[in-house]
Ligand binder design. Structure first.
Ligand SMILES: Nc1ncnc2c1ncn2[C@@H]1O[C@H](COP(=O)(O)OP(=O)(O)OP(=O)(O)O)[C@@H](O)[C@H]1O
Length: 552
């Protein structure tokens, strides 16, 4: 074969450089370079490695093969002798031609690093040390198809390419690092936004309404560290209450670790709760502290505690009694100081009777119980909750304005039994806002149709009537103290008696004046009176009360 002329070399050099710089995407330009070089070398692949003196390890960065690019960061540990050999190559800064891989040879470790990507077989290697200024950029490996496939001519040709490869690789690696850094920053930003969003949205709606009793209980926990057990149907807001207990606890600045016991597979539960040592089981490639250790000094929230399998209940009880954990595969006892807040939608007492929940554990957890009532028992909060979710979802969906609720939708919400509680309402509002982002939200159309999920309309109506009457009675009590007590009712009043309509009018007008003429919505008269806005409107029409009289 005639020796290549300087013109051939120049063309080869220019073509390679143009493939190398063809794209900012490392993968694209490397695939393109590979295809071009495969016409000049008997190539199986090209890889880039870096030697880390600190770790005394050889790091694989990427491998490119025909039509395929793998960006894989993996490490191969080196012996001190192998490390010294790598340093020696780097200092020589040239090309090593190995006609076949030999144990202890220069490219043996490069081949080992690629073992999981390329079938190990006898083949030749050309390793070029890439340098830029005084820095070593990496080891560029041309991987041959077989033994002895590279010649001195190949060695000469790869030498021509060392400088452009060094420049391109150094720039691309820097670019990759910037991208990775940017990605990390974006991820951090998303995390912070989520945390901020949660802080904004963690407001408890109904704290002065249907959750008034619960919040009174919770306030008694301020500054205390007793174990708390939060009970209530699914989706009633138990986790939100747990957050509130934590917020007012002396441990509020310490770790607050939340564990959903129902979401961890039974086989992993011990390891997750109590931690494990490296090698404790297949796949335990390193030691890991469990949730108890992570919560040391702070609080552990055991959500869905009723889902714990019996054996885990035994170990949990032991940790609570002794204040120490032992990691799986570990020999040491590790002291832990953890406050427990637990929650469940299950009837633990019934489970205890059936033998499914340990009695001793139950009494350890049942120190300060808080029961969150189902939504159907606090319908006065429904409209305010719906508006709270509208606002929360509007922010998440980035909508310019909050859509309104269709008035007839509120009636339907009041009659529905809400088996999924507040979470069901939140999901319903989200679906409605996806369907009608500009409003009005026809929530009634999205409610299930099964009649057994609705309270009898008549019963409901009389409930509302009863509520109005209660409000009226409260009004009387305020204006004429004592007239509402059982005894007082039998004593003739000194004040002239009002008809029910007159008393209702007074009550409605007082509420409207308080709310400056606002009828519905979170700060509206209907919410203050605890009745459905359309019921209030009907009464206003009947009594000829106009809301705008109170608007300033
Ligand atoms: N009173 C409330 N005010 C505002 N948002 C609430 C209220 N109650 C519940 N939510 C919201 O409803 C959703 C469900 O509440 P949460 O997860 O606390 O219920 P849970 O009882 O813990 O449910 P589960 O039993 O399924 O674990 C959450 O998005 C929560 O923020």
């Amino acid at each position: 074969m005639p020796a290549p002329s300087p013109t051939d070399d120049l063309r080869f050099f220019q073509e390679t450089v143009s493939h190398l710089s063809g794209s900012l995407e490392l993968a694209d330009s490397m695939v393109s370079v590979f295809n071009h070089l495969a016409d000049h070398f008997p190539l199986e692949g090209i890889s880039l490695h870096q030697y880390s003196q600190g770790l005394n390890a050889l790091k694989l960065l990427f491998l490119v093969r025909e039509g395929r690019f793998d960006y894989v960061e993996s490490l191969v540990d080196l012996t001190p002798r192998e490390g010294a050999l790598m340093l020696h190559f780097e200092q020589a800064g040239d090309v090593i031609l190995e006609r076949k891989i030999s144990r202890g040879g220069g490219a043996a470790k490069h081949a080992q690093a690629l073992g999981h990507l390329l079938p190990v077989k006898p083949r030749a290697y050309l390793v070029g040390i890439l340098t830029s200024g005084n820095e070593t950029v990496g080891h560029l490996c041309f991987i041959g198809k077989e033994e002895d496939c590279f010649t001195e001519e190949h060695e000469r040709k790869i030498r021509l390419l060392l400088t452009p490869f060094a420049l391109a690789m150094s720039n691309m690696l820097r670019f990759q690092r910037v991208l990775a850094f940017q990605e990390r920053l974006n991820e951090e930003k998303r995390g912070l936004e989520r945390a901020l969003e949660q802080l904004r949205d963690n407001r408890i709606v109904g704290g002065l309404g249907g959750l008034g009793g619960v919040m009174d209980e919770v306030r008694r926990l301020e500054g205390r560290e007793v174990p708390v057990l939060i009970l209530g149907e699914t989706g009633t807001g138990k986790e939100l209450i747990a957050d509130e207990v934590q917020r007012i606890s002396p441990r509020r600045d310490a770790p607050f670790v939340k564990v959903n016991c129902g979401a961890i597979p039974e086989g992993l539960m011990d390891g997750e709760l109590f931690g494990y040592e490296k090698g404790a089981f297949t796949g335990a490639t390193r030691s890991r502290p469990g949730f108890f250790e992570q919560a040391h000094g702070g609080t552990l929230f055991l959500d869905e505690v009723g889902e714990l399998p019996p054996q885990v209940q035994v170990r949990l009880l032991r940790v609570l009694q002794n204040g120490v954990v032992e990691r799986l595969g570990g020999k040491e006892s590790i002291s832990v100081d953890v406050r427990i807040i637990a929650a469940t939608h299950r009837n633990l007492e019934a489970m205890m009777k059936q033998g499914a929940f340990r009695e001793d554990l139950y009494y350890r957890l049942f120190v300060f119980p808080v029961t969150v009532p189902p939504l159907r028992e606090r319908k006065q909060d429904l409209e305010a909750l719906a508006y709270h979710f509208i606002e929360k979802i509007r922010r998440r969906l980035n909508l310019p304005q909050s859509p309104s609720l269709a008035p007839r939708a509120v009636d339907a919400l009041m009659q529905y039994a809400w088996p999924g509680n507040v979470r069901e309402l939140e999901n319903l509002v989200e679906r409605a806002m996806t369907l009608w982002p500009g409003g009005p939200l026809l929530l009634d159309r999205l409610l299930p149709r099964e009649p057994e999920l609705y309270q009898n309309a008549r019963e409901n109506l009389s409930d509302l009537e009863r509520l109005v009457e209660e409000k009226v009675a409260a009004c009387f009590e305020k204006q004429m103290p004592g007239t509402q007590s059982r005894e007082a009712r039998s004593i003739p009043s000194v004040r002239p008696l009002q008809t029910l309509d007159e008393a209702t009018r007074q009550c409605i007008e007082a509420a409207l004046s308080h709310c400056r003429g606002k009828v519905h919505g979170p700060a509206g008269a209907a919410a203050v009176l605890g009745i459905n806005p359309s019921t209030l409107r009907n009464k206003m029409v009947k009594l000829q009360i106009r809301a705008d009289t109170w608007r300033s």
